[in-house]
Write a protein that binds this ligand. Sequence first.
Ligand code: UD1
Ligand code: CA
Length: 462
Amino acid sequence: MTEAQRSPLSVVILAAGQGTRMRSHLPKVLHGLAGRPLLGHVIGTAQALDAAAIHVVYGHGGEQVREVLGLPAVNWIEQTEQLGTGHAVAQATPAVPADHRVLVLYGDVPLITAETLRHLVAAGGSGAVSLLTAELADPQGYGRIVRGVDGNVLGIVEQKEATPQQLAIHEINTGMMSVPAKSLQQWLARLGNDNAQGEYYLTDIIAMAVADGVAVHTVRAPSEDEILGVNDRVQLAYLERRYQLRQAEKLMRAGVTLSDPARIDIRGTVEAGLDVVVDIDVILEGRVVLGDNVRVGAHCLLKETEVGAGAVIHPHSVVEQAVIGPGCQVGPFARIRPDTVLEAGARVGNFVEIKKSTVGEGSKINHLSYVGDAIIGREANIGAGCITCNYDGANKHQTVVGDRAFIGSDTQLVAPVEVGADAVIGAGSTITRAAPPGELTVSRARQTTIRGWKRPQKKPSR
Ligand code: UD1
Ligand code: CA
């Protein structure tokens, strides 16, 4: 069947469950995996499917859920009472046109991939139902897939209703399924809640499909990670590690050397060139771009940052919303704050903080400095312990340092102030007015020696 013949897709994400076992004030689906709410992962995956619409059925902490996830173009539907998965889906189906196919996902099953879901939807063809199933060594707690002697699916039986024979079945219902909307609406209308949990089970529609002569196909999940749900923080931590390992493997396959794939955390997206080397315990957040041959030392945090080819970020550096040019050297122990641009070959050394500044090509700020709201030219040298006094208590002011200027150690540049090209500032100066280009400017008191001065003597004690 071609893409064009297939009916449009409406995704329904179930996210109304309470998540008591998280023991949290935060709704379960807002707990983060790789820095993003669980539900955000599922919505993101749904968006990759070119669905006509995405409906999210929310309940507990609904307002908070909508606020945190904010923008995504989804249709929020409240389920005021959690009466079961069938009841939850029934809250969304009135909004779904009859010629659509409904794909049911869970907001607390974050690692399902778009690829698996495409297989699942395709398996449903034009009018059939398709179920995503898994073969688990320990099927405890899950609904079991019941098949006839011919191997065809007959229905799903929940753990609490299962006979001892059915409990021995290891093929389980992941909960994700694709169902023609028109049939789904009819079946949901016929659901009852006369069962062990007094809930409207979505799973009961499978036996109805079989009774109506609608084919039920199954698709096997390619890995257990994809179908695992989060019920408590132990499971959350487990899936976090599984996710991180998957990200690490992708990077390595793309040409990045990782000192230890178990000790990198990616909380966003990484675009990496060839022969990048990342040492242990590095965190990459948001969109991070690493050019060819970039090296990131141990214990660095890089957030929404671009690093040019051949640059080295030495250990224990924190770089946020910055552009690090090719061949730059940063750290160890450097802090680069938002809106900083280091041009090619610039060097920022230990215990240096830079904020909202541009550092020109080949310039050096190697030790113990604070540079904020500054424009530094090329090949300039900012000595140890230099400070831009950019804040007067009310407003921020700019410091401009010309090309090849040399600022002696322990200088304070009181902004707004400008140091001309090729200027030299004597160590320990407090510069409050423009320092002309090409000249030496010093603002410290002259050194004097008092000849013959005697050190005080300690009085003898009585
Ligand atoms: C469900 C399935 C079971 C399957 C298992 C997989 C049913 C009856 N059973 O069981 O066959 O093996 O998932 O994990 O469908 N939810 C709502 N509103 C509700 C109830 C649930 O939004 O009224 C949401 C939950 O937030 C959760 C999902 O639906 O994301 C599944 O609910 P849960 O209670 O975990 O289902 P299980 O009983 O585990
Ligand atoms: Ca569950």
